[in-house]
Design a protein around this ligand. Structure first.
Ligand code: FES
Length: 254
């Protein structure tokens, strides 16, 4: 009897593992594979805009001329902003040409860092933090509320092209968990912003979406009116006075 229960459990674990491995494979395939399509192929012309060419020069000036390859990440970031939030293969090739390296070196970077998108995203790309502190403070409910409200799956774009929802790992804001980031590609690289919205609830996350839709300006940072930045809710309870200055020797008295 016990052996039968144990073997049933083993079977269930194997099935769960197989399901999650399939999901993981399809996710990593989406991130790392390139298949030519009409709007994403090496024959598609792509170059930095006139305004961004000046920024490219400025970025390159931060590195020694024999280390131009160090500029790959900021240049990919600029290319992604210019291209509405994602990097077609021809944009990566343009970056490779600017820094004088083989395109594969640029593909390696773009497919390694999750802030680079290899397929289309919405004008507002919402990134829900899925790491432990945010998760135990309700990030899954926030993601669910966003996906339900927008009627999309994770990494899908809404029909009007305005929104997409992705996931990120810890964005260094755990003290105000749960949080999301909104990458705003609605105004090209000139108007690009990447703002954190913290201390979120599912209701507030949906309100933020609707405010973005109306083009309203949102106050980034904590969404809890009882907190100031990362301070305790309701105000400080310690360190209420100015700290004493450090003790200094009176050198005249020595
Ligand atoms: S876990 Fe979400 S910001 Fe650190």
């Amino acid at each position: 009897m016990l052996a039968r229960i144990a073997s049933q459990r083993l079977l269930m674990v194997r099935q769960a593992f197989r399901r999650s491995a399939q999901a993981y494979r399809s996710f990593s395939t989406a991130l790392n594979y390139h298949i030519d399509s009409p709007d994403n192929n090496p024959g598609m012309p792509w170059e930095f805009s006139q305004a961004n060419k000046a920024k490219v020069k400025e970025i390159l000036s931060n590195y020694p001329s024999n280390y131009k390859r160090s500029a790959v990440i900021p240049l990919l970031d600029l290319a992604q902003q210019q291209h509405g939030g994602w990097l077609p293969v021809s944009a990566m090739n343009a970056v490779a040409k600017v820094v004088g390296i083989a395109p594969i070196r640029v593909y390696e970077v773009a497919t390694f860092y999750s802030m680079f998108n290899r397929s289309k995203v919405g004008k507002y790309h919402l990134l829900v933090c899925g790491t432990t502190p945010c998760m135990i403070r309700g990030s899954r409910e926030i993601e669910e509320a966003l996906l339900n409200h927008l009627g999309v799956k994770r990494n899908e774009v809404t029909k009007d092209g305005l929104f997409s929802v992705g996931e990120m790992e810890c964005m260094g804001c755990c003290v105000n968990a749960p949080m999301i980031t909104v990458a705003d590609y609605s105004n090209g690289s000139e108007g690009y912003t990447y703002n954190y919205y913290e201390d979120l609830t599912p209701k507030r996350a949906v309100e933020i979406v609707e405010m973005l839709r109306k083009g309203e300006k949102l106050p980034p940072g904590t969404q809890n009116p009882k907190r100031i930045m990362s301070g305790p809710e309701g105000g400080n309870t310690t360190l209420l006075t100015d700290p004493k200055p450090p003790p200094c020797r009176d050198l005249d008295a020595c």
